[in-house]
Design a protein around this ligand. Structure first.
Ligand code: UD1
Ligand code: CA
Length: 461
């Protein structure tokens, strides 16, 4: 049985008040249409067609890495017209699942159930409905006395009585493709919005005596659509809540989960604790037994086991097992820390590797450096890696001890087990097992405070 999904995403989404098409706006880290594509894939449908139109280059870009095809609807003449654009591409399928690109809360399980229901009942069409408290804006499900479907009426075409119906059309349908496509040509625009309504095809099937089913959704939040940014914020909160629930169920402890924002794409190991006000984004992988937060923001990074991270920003970095980071560290792209590394407060690291057991405890900038094992970098140390034109590397070999407030003017290499004196500006390589000191000899001038006071009095006169 070949099932094809058609995702309608050609509309502009006027109420978003945006220069970009609605479906590419990100919700919980992903363009909203990506959530929809993933749900379709989770339902076991591999053949996916997206109808694009308004801002289509943006929509295509947002889905570039997913296995979907596109058809173009040049003018947005309605949902029925939109599906018609997919006819040539999709009519070979047995069943067509139709849904909108603006319902990021939809879940694979819900779609799979709908498809199963549709196939088991051998229906020409099955529409997914939902019972909601506030049906305004949606099409209403109008049933006959015997509860069978009569038709779907759009809000703008509805009578006062019809508007009171709280069962709404989710905009998600399964159709037998041989039943739906031939009828699309018969749709008209005789309605309040002057559009070709896909919903009218159901009434056409009923008139022809074809079996049309209504499946009532068990979880009405699944079908919530986004029309404006208020609804977008609401859907985002639901997505974060779902992610936190599934993490807690898989063994992650969360303190104040309502303040924690973790993208769907993140994985976290057992017995890790996530503390308040933490944001974890993108393709981040965190191992077991870590202690993260409060106030950490971690993006696209790989964190080992038993790592402690407090109040820090981490981007595109790798952190080895049992390392401790922060508070107030900034790990930038290309940072690779070995196991048991300590990075303390107000330390920035960029494009550098740091070997096992090394320590950068306070107030340092380490950029374009290769730091060996067991290295200690004293407070206030700076790699001077940039001369205004080019960047240069710094090499600190195993066992090096960098005195506090050292400037390492790159390119420069400090040999094994060597030491730099505090306050030195190191511009030349240091061999192994050596001490490098670069600073003026201290002079002590006696009687200085009195002398300066006297000078002051003289000039004041
Ligand atoms: C539609 C349904 C309504 C249902 C609601 C659920 C119709 C006539 N009405 O109304 O019964 O309750 O969805 O959310 O179908 N689109 C195109 N091309 C077009 C028009 C729309 O691709 O020419 C796309 C939009 O980008 C959107 C989807 O189809 O993703 C739904 O269109 P929209 O205009 O939002 O339909 P509603 O008025 O919400
Ligand atoms: Ca809509």
């Amino acid at each position: 049985m070949l099932n094809t999904a058609v995702i309608l995403a050609a509309g502009k989404g006027v109420r978003m008040r945006s220069a970009y098409p609605k479906v590419i706006h990100k919700v919980a880290g992903l363009p909203m249409i990506q959530h929809v594509v993933q749900a379709v894939q989770e339902a076991g449908i591999k053949d996916i067609v997206v109808v694009v139109g308004h801002g289509r280059e943006y929509v295509q870009e947002a889905l570039a890495e997913l296995d979907v095809d596109f058809v173009v609807q040049e003018q947005q003449l309605g949902t029925g017209h939109a599906l018609r654009q997919a006819e040539a591409r999709a009519k070979g399928a047995d069943n067509i699942l139709v849904l909108s690109g603006d319902i990021p809360l939809i879940q694979g399980l819900t779609l799979a159930k709908l498809l199963r229901w549709h196939q088991e009942n051998n229906a020409a069409a099955t529409v997914l409905s939902a019972l909601v408290e506030d049906p305004s804006g949606y099409g209403r499900i109008i049933r006959n006395q015997d509860q069978s479907l009569q038709r779907i009426v759009e809000e703008k075409d509805a009578s006062q009585d019809q508007k009171r119906v709280s069962e709404i059309n989710s905009g998600i349908y399964c159709f037998q493709s041989c039943e739906v496509f031939p009828r699309l040509a018969g749709l008209t625009t005789a309605n309040a919005q002057g559009e070709y309504y896909l919903t009218d095809v159901l009434a056409m099937m009923i008139a022809d005596g074809r079996p049309v089913e209504v499946a009532v959704s068990e979880n009405s939040s699944d079908v919530l659509g986004i029309n404006d940014r208020v609804q977008m914020a609401h859907c985002e909160a639901v997505l974060y809540q779902r992610k936190n629930m599934s993490l807690m169920q898989s063994g992650v402890t969360m303190i104040a989960p309502e303040t924690v924002y973790i993208d769907k794409t993140v994985t976290i190991g057992e017995d890790t604790i996530i503390r308040p006000h933490t944001i974890i984004e993108g393709h981040t992988v965190i191992g077991p037994e870590c202690d993260i937060g409060p106030s950490a923001r971690i993006s696209n990074s790989v964190i080992g086991r038993k790592v402690v991270i407090e109040s820090s920003r981490i981007i595109d970095a790798h952190i080895g097992d049992q390392s401790t980071i922060g508070p107030f560290a900034y790990l930038r792209p290309g940072t690779r820390l070995g196991n048991g590394v300590k990075v303390g407060d107000f330390v920035e690291i960029k494009n550098s590797t740091v070997g096992e057991g090394s320590k950068i405890p306070h107030l340092s900038y380490v950029g374009d450096a290769q730091v060996g094992r067991g290295v200690n970098i004293g407070a206030g140390t700076i790699t001077c890696n940039y001369d205004g034109y080019n960047k240069y590397p710094t090499f600190l070999e195993d066992g090096v001890f960098i005195g506090s407030n050292t400037n390492l003017v790159a390119p420069v290499r400090i040999g094994r087990n060597s030491v730099t004196g505090a306050g030195s500006t190191i511009t030349r390589d240091v061999p192994d097992e050596s001490l490098a000191v670069e600073r003026a000899r201290q002079r002590n001038i006696a009687g200085w405070p009195k002398k300066t006071k006297h000078d002051q009095e003289v000039t004041d006169q």
